[in-house]
Design a protein around this ligand. Sequence first.
Ligand SMILES: C[S@@+](CC[C@H](N)C(=O)[O-])C[C@H]1O[C@@H](n2cnc3c(N)ncnc32)[C@H](O)[C@@H]1O
Length: 290
Amino acid sequence: MKRLYRFVWNSSTVLLSVTYETLETSLYWCIYVLKVTHNILYSMVKTLKPEEDAYGQEIWAYYQGRDISEVVERDDGYVDPSVSGPKIYFSEYEEWAPYQRLAMDSVKGRVLDVGCGAGRHSLFLQEKGFDVHGIDNSPLAVKVSKLRGLKIAKVISIEDINFKPNSFDAIIMMGNNFGLFGSYEKARKLLRKFHEMTSKKGLIIAETVDPYKTDNPDHLEYHQHNKERGRMGGQVRIRIRFRKYVGRWFDYLMVSKGEMKKILKGTGWKVRDFIDSENAQYIAIIEKTS
Ligand SMILES: C[S@@+](CC[C@H](N)C(=O)[O-])C[C@H]1O[C@@H](n2cnc3c(N)ncnc32)[C@H](O)[C@@H]1O
């Protein structure tokens, strides 16, 4: 009886330990497979598929010499077919508005061009001898900027920016690209990241539009609706359409000067100067507080 008891006890112990080890190994592999799947799905979601790169297709078509226009669709159904369209993204320094040319005087050192598009600002600065790094989430826009001569241009979305500390002396967000901050919370998170990536005297040179300088009733109604649902008035949800291509919906943030100052508060940045245009657009030269 004693022997039988010992046998059962020993067998159960062995069985239990084997089961435990099998469970542990299975769990390890399950977690590993989940992690890998998550990474693959995550990168697929963040990277634009060719059919979603409507902006890039538009830039590519213009680069190929086709006369086209840009269509921006807002989530309330408002459609804005811009006449100037992609032409402006290829414009030369001499064609820029005076306030845009003036902003270039503040650029210094190693430059990161966020949402570089076809590369008009990067190319101008590269020509001037600056060490420029362009990034954009549109693979075709990056391709065009490189074909036009930009030495360093990469497909990176603003959300994925992850450069080492002290990588740049100036970050430029031209062509209303303060908008790429998307929302109040996302702006503050990215501003802190930009703080780390830049040198002690680093600058952000960002262009935007004061959304409230309008009498268009559709825009005014949209701002009001935005505020009612807890968004910033000028946080527009838009997508680009070009022929059969339809871009992803994304939030583009337009802010008044007061709103910009509020966003910057506590992020390590403050406005040094505003450069005004003749209309609602303006550029902020943003410097570090610490
Ligand atoms: C209005 S265009 C301005 C382009 C360029 N800065 C200029 O002024 O000619 C906006 C640019 O931001 C890019 N973009 C949009 N969403 C982005 C994101 N999440 N990350 C990086 N770039 C983005 C677009 O592909 C496009 O090139």
